[in-house]
Design a protein around this ligand. Sequence first.
Ligand code: BES
Ligand code: MG
Ligand code: ZN
Length: 476
Amino acid sequence: MKIITVHELADFKGTILIPVFETHVKSLVPIEFQGVSVSSKVFYGKKDTSYHSDKYDCLHLFIGLGKTPDYKSVFTMFRRISLRNKEHFNTNTALVLPDGFQAGLAEAAFSGLLAGTYEIGHFKKTDSHPFLREGFELALLAKGNYTETADRAFRIAKAKLETLRLVDLPPNVATPQYLAKWAMEAGEKYGFKTTVFDRQTCVQLGLDAFLAVAQGSAREPQFIIMEYTPDNLTNGMKHIGLVGKGITFDTGGLNIKTAGMLHMKSDMAGGAAVLGAMQLVSDLKLDAKVTAIVPACENAVGNMSFLPADVIRSYSGHSIEIIDTDAEGRLILADGLSYLTKNYKPDYIVDIATLTGSSVATFGYECGALFTNNESLSKQLQQAGDDVGERVWPLPLWEAYRQDIESEVADVKNFSGKPVAGAISAAKFLEFFTAGHTAWAHLDVAGVAFGDDEFAKTKHATAFGVQLLTKFIENL
Ligand code: BES
Ligand code: MG
Ligand code: ZN
């Protein structure tokens, strides 16, 4: 999909999308475009409303923006329009932007249109969306130049589409090796370097916490490392380290899940967000060095599964007492974080993971939980999230919570054993493996990475984190 800028639509035949700001239900002036007008009694631009009118060989699709639209609502409205009106885009399609339409909102609109091509029926025979057709052109009528905005928006949407697909694919397809292959291919295509450690290499390196989780599964674990280096790298540029949880399926292990297991193909959503962010960071050629790690494996039940009460080692050298095999995400992240700090020494570290049910109990489906001891990093991540409609909100890492993970037999234990403060004690566990790094943040996205919305009838991916991480890096 690409845009071509036009200066008028007088002789245009086809579908015309016309987003309009909210006026007033009692407005005497109707909303109008090229002789097609709508009485405000019928449509006045209210958020989440639209009005279709068929006149002069054109389908006019008026889209209500509301009074003061934000990034997320514009993205969602355009995604909806794109998905629900598939049949109307098999013709010429135009978009008319209101005068002075903010570039940020235009970005949300363009990327929403492309994101609307996404459908979760990856194994069904369905016609692909017209926007995905080779050479599809959207005619754009606007005061001002939106070419760069559209180009950027399409790159954003492309990265999100990849993440959506990776998360929604079933666990027998999106295996650790599948994710590793994706990272290799995306690295080739977008320009980052990918290295993958298989089980044997991980054994040699001593990534024991990661291996403990992987040992119950016949599927080969893959420790994926991606490095993006800008062409014009300078000393002043920042180096960001990312770590994403890549559990391709979480059965709970021997502490097997009694609820919610069906949705646990989404337990690699943090990893998929990191993969999508790597694609986007490279595609946008951002001025920062980024090193990302996605430890990918399955938490399976098998005769080799690790046991509750096991004491294992980790890459950091610390020993870990296993209280619960379902607290596996923090184990693979521990090795991811240690490997990153020891071998790459980034200026900032952000990890992202569907880590705890507790974070869902706390924040529901509205925002991710943010943990960091670095006040400015906290603000930067919140700001980035607000900018793109992927919000995060802080929870504490106070020393008082340290006792929750203190073990009598090992250096640390992987679960407090208590049904309280689960997201916080998980974060405290991760902190233990950051080697005192002063700019580390942890995002627990269990509530926001996968869920219900209008875009499908069953729970599905949101690609939460792709834009948040990219925006954070871009803003640094
Ligand atoms: N993958 C889950 C967390 C999760 C829960 C993600 C709901 C998405 C939705 C994680 O590995 C897990 O099992 N966490 C346990 C930890 C507990 C055993 C300490 C939890 O939160 O219950
Ligand atoms: Mg688990
Ligand atoms: Zn998990």
